[in-house]
Design a protein around this ligand. Structure first.
Ligand code: SAM
Length: 243
């Protein structure tokens, strides 16, 4: 089994609890820090990921699930991309504070927010046409269980998109690693006022399987036509697969 393992945790239950507490503690400053630390490129990544599912999202009469939705920015990007069509979009997260912020941001918009763990979701098999997760999948306590749960919830032919950080190579990678490992944790800790979460971030990316391994695990979980598309030199990337 492999998954997120914040410092000091020794099993998946403790890891999940530490992850939930971490995100709850930074929730009030989460959006500000996201935009600041990514130089606003995060907005482009959410939009680009949502755009890659434009054909599903324009079909109408479909159900979409955005896992680990946090304050909802990926969910909003999907909603904007779907625009005219009859699309039901649900955002799921296990941090109540993150969801409250998502709900406040979505007043007047027909989105639904549900508090639940992405590894044990309260939905019937085959309910969704599209399932996404932006920068959340990496935090699951068990990656294979997370993939199996997505496969369970997708309709046959349904699609999955996992947007997450990667580790760029070459000169860009070297410069980026200095920023990501040494500068970002200092700014993140200072602005959030919480020690821990922004030190965990680079560690969690290092721990996350590289694209070839992740694609193999997706195949093993039951996905076909799996692919990975690097975004911004591979700093982030979108994994896709069909059920
Ligand atoms: C880095 S944030 C990403 C939020 C949002 N998707 C975005 O792109 O900004 C990760 C989110 O995943 C949530 N999360 C982590 N593990 C989870 C789990 N097992 N079940 C539900 N949510 C989880 C956290 O609470 C947090 O809000």
């Amino acid at each position: 089994m492999s998954g997120a393992a914040p410092l000091g945790t020794s099993d998946s239950k403790a890891a999940a609890q530490a992850v939930r507490e971490m995100f709850t503690s930074i929730a009030p400053r989460y959006d500000l820090l996201n935009h600041l630390l990514s130089f606003n490129v995060d907005r482009l990544w959410w939009r680009r990921a949502a755009r890659s599912f434009s054909s599903i999202l324009s079909r109408g009469n479909i159900r979409v699930l955005d896992l680990c939705c946090g304050t909802g920015d990926m969910t909003f990007a999907l909603f904007r991309q779907a625009r005219m069509s009859q699309v039901r979009i649900l955002g799921v997260d296990f941090s109540h504070s993150m969801l409250r912020l998502a709900q406040n941001k979505s007043r007047g918009i027909a989105l639904c927010w549900i508090e639940a763990d992405a590894l044990t979701l309260p939905f019937a098999d085959g309910m969704f046409d599209l399932i996404t997760a932006a920068f959340g999948f990496r935090n699951l306590a068990d990656y294979d269980a997370g993939l199996r749960e997505i496969v369970r919830l997708l309709k046959p032919g349904g699609e999955c998109g996992i947007l997450d950080f990667g580790e760029p190579e070459g000169l860009v990678g070297r410069v980026y690693r200095v920023y990501f490992r040494h500068v970002l944790p200092v700014i993140g800790t200072m602005v959030s006022g919480v020690r821990g979460p922004y030190e965990y971030l680079p560690a969690s990316v290092e721990r996350f399987p590289p694209p070839p391994t992740m694609l193999e695990r997706m195949r093993h979980a039951g996905f076909r036509e799996v692919s990975w598309k690097p975004y911004t030199f591979g700093i982030a990337g979108l994994y896709r697969g069909h059920k």
